[in-house]
Design a protein around this ligand. Structure first.
Ligand SMILES: Nc1ncnc2c1ncn2[C@@H]1O[C@H](COP(=O)(O)OP(=O)(O)OP(=O)(O)O)[C@@H](O)[C@H]1O
Length: 236
C-alpha cells in the first residue's frame, strides 16, 4: 500500500479531531478526501506527512512507519499544505533550488530538476518573478513544484485549488491529473465536481470518522449527484 492509516486518533486537548480512522490508498490511485469544515482532513494529512504526531493508531507511507521512520516518509511524500507557505521574497527558481537542496539534490541534478519542475508546472512565463509578485494560481503551481521536486511516489494535496478562479482551478486540476498518472495522490477538497473530475475513489469523513470509502462510480450508483450523497453522509 502507498498509504495505510490504521485506527488513527488525534486529540487536541479534550477534543477528538480524528476518531479511529482507517483506510488505504493503493499505488497509483488518486484518492479524494472529503468532509465538511472541521471534519479532520487536514489533521489526518498533517499526521500522514509527519508534521503532527498521532495520539494513537498508525500511519504507513510506502511501508515506512510515520512515527518511527520519519525521514523515509518525508522522502516518499510531496506535500502541498492548505495554507501554502512560500518565501515571497525569493525568485521561483531560487526557491525551488532551496527546497531541492533540502532534499539533498545538488549540482547538475538540482539544476535539471528545477528546470523540469518549471516546465511541468507551467511556470515558464513567470519564472523571472519573485513569488510575492505571482497570482494565487501561480503560487499554487510553485507549491506543487516544491512538492514534486524530489520526485516522491506519494503526493498529499490539501485543498490545492481553494481560492483560485475557475480558469486557474481547471489548470491546476489538469496539472494534478497529469502528475497523478505516475503517483499516488491523496487529495482533499470541498468541491464535488473537482473530486469527480480527478479522483478514482473517495474517503468521506465526518466529525473525525470515516462514513464512506468507495469508488466514485459506487458513490453515484443510486443516480444521485455527489453533492447529495455527501450531504446525506455528513449531516446525520
Ligand atoms: N492546532 C489545533 N488545536 C486545537 N484544535 C485544532 C487544531 N487544529 C485543528 N483543530 C480542530 O480539529 C478539528 C479538525 O480540524 P481540521 O483542520 O483537521 O479539519 P478539516 O477537515 O481540515 O477542516 P477544513 O475543511 O475546514 O479545513 C476542528 O474542530 C479544528 O478546530
Amino acid at each position: 500500500m502507498s498509504i495505510r492509516i490504521q485506527h488513527l486518533t488525534k486529540l487536541y486537548g479534550a477534543q477528538k479531531a480524528v476518531n479511529d480512522i482507517s483506510f488505504d490508498v493503493k499505488p497509483g490511485e488518486i484518492m479524494g478526501f472529503l468532509g465538511p469544515n472541521g471534519a479532520g482532513k487536514s489533521t489526518t494529512m498533517k499526521i500522514t506527512t509527519g508534521y503532527l504526531s498521532a495520539t494513537s493508531g498508525s500511519v504507513e507511507v510506502c511501508g515506512f512507519d510515520v512515527a518511527k521512520q520519519s525521514m523515509e516518509v518525508r522522502r516518499s511524500i510531496g506535500y502541498l499544505p492548505e495554507h501554502n507557505p512560500l518565501y515571497t521574497d525569493m525568485y521561483i527558481k531560487e526557491f525551488l533550488r532551496f527546497v531541492g537542496a533540502l532534499y539533498g539534490l545538488k549540482g547538475e541534478k538540482l539544476s535539471q530538476r528545477v528546470s523540469e519542475m518549471v516546465e511541468i508546472c507551467g511556470l515558464g512565463l513567470e519564472q523571472n518573478k519573485k513569488i510575492g509578485q505571482l497570482s494565487k494560481g501561480y503560487r499554487q503551481r510553485v507549491g506543487l513544484a516544491q512538492a514534486l521536486i524530489h520526485n516522491p511516489p506519494v503526493l498529499i494535496l490539501d485543498e490545492a485549488t481553494t481560492g483560485l478562479d475557475p480558469n486557474q482551478i481547471l489548470e491546476i486540476r489538469t496539472l494534478i491529473k497529469s502528475v497523478g498518472k505516475e503517483k499516488t495522490v491523496l487529495f482533499s477538497s470541498h468541491i464535488m465536481q473537482e473530486v469527480e473530475a480527478i479522483c478514482d475513489r473517495a474517503v468521506i469523513i465526518n466529525r473525525g470518522q470515516v462514513v464512506a470509502n468507495r469508488t466514485l462510480a459506487d458513490l453515484r450508483s443510486e443516480g444521485k449527484p455527489l453533492e447529495e450523497v455527501f450531504r446525506e453522509l455528513t449531516t446525520q
